[in-house]
Write a protein that binds this ligand. Structure first.
Ligand code: ADP
Ligand code: MN
Ligand code: MN
Ligand code: MN
Length: 371
């Protein structure tokens, strides 16, 4: 088994004593934000005198952007603007987690704050009631960076028995998955489900359906919960789109999409229309579908291991080797949703959902990015 981290070796029973101490009327609020890498999450906690009833009751705060690759020393103060509040499953009620947008000293969005522009587009397409559901795949690693539970030297048996598996030799790290699921439910995340994935120690959870801007908010906080749960077990969750080279599946963030018209009787024609529009902007989408401008997906979208080729757009019913898949049931019902299989596990869901909403629902004249 992989080496165990320092913090997970602390006696967790001792922690229970302190956690059960009364905290009076005070409330702990943990502010969460996306750092300058566009992938990493940061957080810090403060005390409020009373429990906030909604996010509007939580004050703005700030942090040192020069320590998160978000600013230079000379203008290092960054603003934290609370946008979504959740219950804190780690220190429990009445304590809160609050997702924040980051603004620079001049109150313009930080470079990796893609929520501002996403929100603008979602407000523009509000009447379509666009829903998203994202399947977040990830891989558990030991603190040595090797997949959790893999033999120190060599490899586990080839892929085949692991997807949706049960058994000690096949489902590696289930404790983490189950604890994360509960943590999401407690927090108030719209977690849809979980399953073991094709590569050993690879798992998936889904969030959704979420309307508009909610998708990015909920997925980022669900990722925070995952990393935090992993601390308790001394393992690491990586969203690297292709953590192991060779005959091992990579990790995606399949994005399921529907508008009100698509969900209604005869909605298939609107799904086909959306796919037609997506087909014309394939490369623009690829550029925002991973954390490195399309570079990461070059490793993952090879046309093998249930992926499409990064350079080609394709679509089909029940086709897992296509860019876009129409689920078989949707093909039969002639209504429902479609699945964009291209986003990588480390994508920013704000960028992905914004690109999809723009391409499928806005006309060219409305396409001025960041205006
Ligand atoms: P797959 O068969 O591709 O593995 P999953 O069961 O893992 O699919 O995930 C299905 C996803 O589709 C979930 O995230 C769910 O929230 C989402 N979803 C279901 N219905 C809709 C809908 N009408 N619009 C958008 N997303 C939807
Ligand atoms: Mn899935
Ligand atoms: Mn999957
Ligand atoms: Mn899928």
């Amino acid at each position: 088994m992989a080496s165990v981290s320092v913090s997970s070796r602390f006696i967790k029973a001792a922690r229970e004593h302190y956690m059960s101490l009364s905290q009076g009327d005070k409330c702990q609020v943990t502010y969460i934000w996306i750092d300058g890498t566009g992938e990493g999450l940061r957080n810090k906690t403060r005390t409020l005198d009373t429990e906030p009833k909604s996010v509007e009751n939580i004050p703005e705060w700030n942090f040192d952007g020069s320590s998160t690759s978000q600013s230079k020393d000379s203008d290092s103060d960054m603003y934290l603007i609370p946008v979504r509040m959740f219950r804190d499953p780690f220190t429990r009620d009445p304590n809160k987690l609050v997702l924040c947008e980051v603004l620079r000293y001049n109150r313009l969005p930080a470079e990796t704050n893609h929520r501002t522009s996403c929100k603008k587009v979602m407000d523009q397409v509000k009447e379509h009631k666009i829903w998203f559901g994202i399947e977040q795949e990830y891989t558990l690693l030991g603190t040595d960076g090797h997949p959790f539970g893999w033999p120190q030297n060599g490899f586990p048996a080839p892929q085949g028995p692991y997807y949706c598996a049960v058994g000690t030799d096949k489902a590696i790290g289930r404790d983490i998955v189950e604890c994360h699921y509960k943590a999401c439910l407690y927090a108030g995340i719209k977690i849809f489900g979980t399953n073991a994935e094709v590569m050993p120690s690879q798992w998936e959870f889904q969030v959704g359906p979420c309307e508009g801007i909610e998708m990015g908010d909920e997925l980022w906080v669900a990722r925070f919960l995952l990393h935090r749960v992993c601390e308790d077990f001394g393992v690491i969750a990586t969203l690297d789109p292709k953590p192991m080279k060779g005959n091992w599946n990579g990790s995606g963030a399949h994005t399921n999409v529907s508008t009100e018209q698509m969900r209604e009787e005869g909605g298939l024609q609107y799904i086909e229309q959306a796919i037609e529009r997506l087909s014309k902007r394939h490369m623009e989408h690829i550029k925002v579908y991973d954390a490195h401008g399309g570079q990461d997906n070059l490793r993952r979208l090879t046309g093998r291991h249930e992926t499409s080729n990064v350079n080609e757009f394709s679509a089909g019913v029940a086709n897992r080797a296509a860019s876009i898949r129409i689920p078989r049931q949707v093909g039969q019902d002639k209504k429902g949703y479609f699945e964009d299989r291209r986003p990588a596990a480390n994508c920013d869901p704000y960028l992905v959902t914004e690109a999809i909403a723009r391409t499928c629902l806005l006309d060219d004249v409305e396409q001025v990015k960041g205006s």
